[in-house]
Ligand binder design. Structure first.
Ligand SMILES: *Cc1c(COP(=O)(O)O)cnc(C)c1O
Length: 352
């Protein structure tokens, strides 16, 4: 077609599939197996339809206020978006406008290189070490910005806060984005560093720890000046990104701290039990600080286990990528789901 040369060509991010079978066990996209806080259901019945006539507040309104309060920041240091994917995309577009390459690990959230390509940001992938850890020293070199998922995905491995601080402190001319999608399951949040560093953005989400992937809510904290810059970019694309219902329901999820803690503890306990069971079956699992595990078997190829599980309607994630193609990423489900998962894996291992 003659117009083709004018079209922006991108290789898109490939999300985990969303199969929809009865009796399936879905452990492939790191959703939370438990429902959102009970308050969310309560306000679903109370949502005034008349609210839908009006455009939502552009700054997240009450949701920004409760988030700021919960995390000890001010509203002007708070940004909300349509899932953290939206927040991260705006942060990339706002903060990575240098000729120098941005840095991120070779094995990490596979959206980072997609945004970089889309926005024409040069980038360099820094290899994780042999135990899939980030070496902080590797991030002290010329760069146009840094993005690190902590805990990292799909490895599940967390980096200590002092190592994060080392990277932030040694890059005063770059913006460092820390993507904390999984931090509540065992990581240490870099929000604690925000008082001391103005080159840091911490991004979190309602999708994992708050059981609301379907609602699409993400948020970020940074110094006022950075949040202002991100809002300028956001308002240049679409001012009203947050719909009235997510603002309304999101507030309730933040308010219920006790439910949040209980939910996290359940997932963590199930994770530890699952790892112990997999150990007995000849798997090695990386130390997880997330709601998923990254595991490999001593003799059976990951691709085969993946296919066998799939035949039984148990969905996990397998990445056909260098260095990690013999690993499976398994989301932690309920105890009952993980029991069925372990039973099936036991059959696969015994029948080899
Ligand atoms: C799940 C995930 C996100 C995005 O989640 P949203 O649903 O868009 O909030 C971002 N980063 C990482 C590393 C993730 O795993």
């Amino acid at each position: 077609m003659s117009w083709e040369k004018n079209i922006r060509k991108v290789v898109p991010y490939i999300p985990g599939e969303q199969p929809d079978f009865e009796n399936m066990i879905k452990l492939n996209t790191n959703e939370n197996p438990y429902p959102p806080a009970p308050g969310v259901k309560r306000v679903m019945d109370e949502f005034p339809p008349d609210k839908l006539r009006l455009y939502p507040s552009v700054d997240g309104g009450e949701l920004s206020r409760v988030l700021a309060e919960r995390y000890g920041r001010s509203v002007k240091e708070t940004f909300v978006g349509v899932g953290s994917d939206d927040v991260l995309a705006v942060a990339f577009l706002t903060c990575f406008d240098s000729e120098k390459p941005i840095l991120f690990p070779d094995i990490t959230y596979s959206f980072y290189d997609v945004w970089a390509d889309l926005y024409r940001i040069p980038y360099e992938r820094i290899p994780l070490d042999d135990s899939f850890r980030i070496r902080k020293e590797d991030y002290v070199r010329e760069n146009g910005g840094i993005v690190i998922a902590n805990p990292n995905a799909p490895t599940s491995v967390a980096m200590g806060l002092s190592d994060i601080e080392y990277i932030v402190a040694n890059n005063p001319e770059s913006i460092v984005i820390i993507d904390e999608a999984y931090v509540d399951f065992g990581g240490e949040s870099a929000i604690a560093l925000l008082d001391r560093y103005d080159n840091l953005i911490v991004v979190q989400t309602f999708s994992k720890a708050r059981s609301m992937a379907g609602m699409r809510i993400g948020y970020a904290f940074a110094c006022e000046k950075l949040i202002e810059a991100m809002n300028d970019v956001k308002f240049s694309i679409n001012s009203y990104t947050m719909n009235q219902t997510s603002l309304f329901y999101g507030v309730e999820a933040v308010k219920d701290e006790e439910y949040f803690r209980t939910n996290l503890e359940k997932v963590i306990k199930t994770r530890e039990n699952t790892v112990a069971e997999l150990d007995k079956l000849g798997f090695s699992t990386l130390p997880s600080s997330t709601n998923f595990i990254f595991t490999t078997h001593e003799s059976i190829p990951a691709s085969r286990i993946f296919e066998e599980l799939r035949k039984s309607n148990i969905f996990v994630r397998h990445f056909n990528k260098k260095r990690i193609d013999n690993y499976l990423r398994v989301t932690i489900g309920t105890d009952e789901q993980m029991k069925v998962f372990i039973q099936k894996v036991t059959e696969i291992v015994k029948s080899k």
